[in-house]
Design a protein around this ligand. Structure first.
Ligand SMILES: Nc1ncnc2c1ncn2[C@@H]1O[C@H](COP(=O)(O)OP(=O)(O)OP(=O)(O)O)[C@@H](O)[C@H]1O
Length: 248
């Protein structure tokens, strides 16, 4: 049974399914040969099947599951990057997402220009960004690299800057997909402290991670996905047990 939060809902995932099309040919020649031999050119793969999840205001939720279980697909549906084939996803309030390392960054622009670009995409005005700029750079620890083109950044530097921008926006829902894993240990500690502070300020947090230690420190509730289905939804410690007890 899906758990229904008592707090007013921020996210409703209602009977959501998502299917991907897997292509089996690369070229026109291969497509023609497959067609002539009556072989399928593509097949479909169901990544999520009838998912029901309601997340309340101020909840911190972990999404757990082995590789390929559908966690990123679920986050992308909530962020609006993907659309469901069936069912619906409703969100209330502003959504900020840290979904892919470097996503939303323009490689030929400097860190500074990307801060302005990203923060504007996330709904901040120029004056708001000006006022927060130093705090963003301080948190990211990018230092003198702020005027370097981000194509020269390491993946950890990308994430530090993206995280620093996202937490300065006035979001209600923060989606974090595994990206913190590329940060080094001191930065991860700093992010954890920030995430705890955000949770105390009643932000809704939706975190995908394989780092069970981090998850159990930050989240109250855990959802376990297995092959596109929710197999557990409840207290995070029980979710971790359910994950460990399940197979791929
Ligand atoms: N664009 C796509 N086209 C085809 N198949 C896809 C696409 N994106 C994801 N998939 C498939 O859907 C399934 C779920 O992928 P998803 O990335 O949501 O899993 P995940 O639980 O986040 O995995 P991981 O722990 O490895 O990050 C996988 O089998 C994946 O290969």
């Amino acid at each position: 049974m899906p758990k229904t939060s008592e707090a007013p809902a921020r996210i409703i995932v209602d009977g959501v399914s998502k299917t991907y099309r897997l292509r089996h040919t690369q070229s026109f020649k291969e497509t023609f040969t497959a067609w002539a031999r009556r072989k399928p050119i593509s097949t479909s793969f169901q990544a999520l099947e009838g998912i029901d999840v309601t997340v309340g205001e101020g909840e911190s939720i972990a999404v757990l599951g082995y590789n390929g279980s559908g966690k990123s697909t679920l986050l992308k549906l909530i962020s609006g990057v993907l659309r469901p084939d069936r069912g619906r996803v409703l969100t209330r309030g502003r959504v900020a997402g840290l979904i892919e390392v470097g996503a939303g960054f323009h490689p030929d622009l400097s860190g500074r220009e990307n801060v302005y670009l990203n923060a504007a995409i996330l709904g901040m005005s120029k004056d708001e960004i000006d006022a927060k700029f130093d705090e963003i750079v301080d948190f990211s620890e990018i230092g003198e690299f702020i005027d370097t083109e981000v194509k020269h950044y390491s993946s950890g530097m990308f994430v530090r800057l993206a995280f620093a921008v996202a937490i300065q926006t006035s979001f209600d829902i923060l989606l974090v997909d595994e990206v913190l894993a590329v940060g080094d240990a001191p930065f991860r500690e700093k992010c954890k402290a920030k995430i705890r502070e955000l949770a105390e300020r009643d932000k809704t947090l939706f975190i995908v991670s394989h780092d069970l230690g981090m998850i159990s420190e930050l989240c109250d509730r855990g959802i376990v996905l297995r092959r596109g289905n929710v197999i557990f939804d409840g207290p995070v410690s029980d979710a971790i047990q359910a994950l460990k007890a399940s197979d791929r």
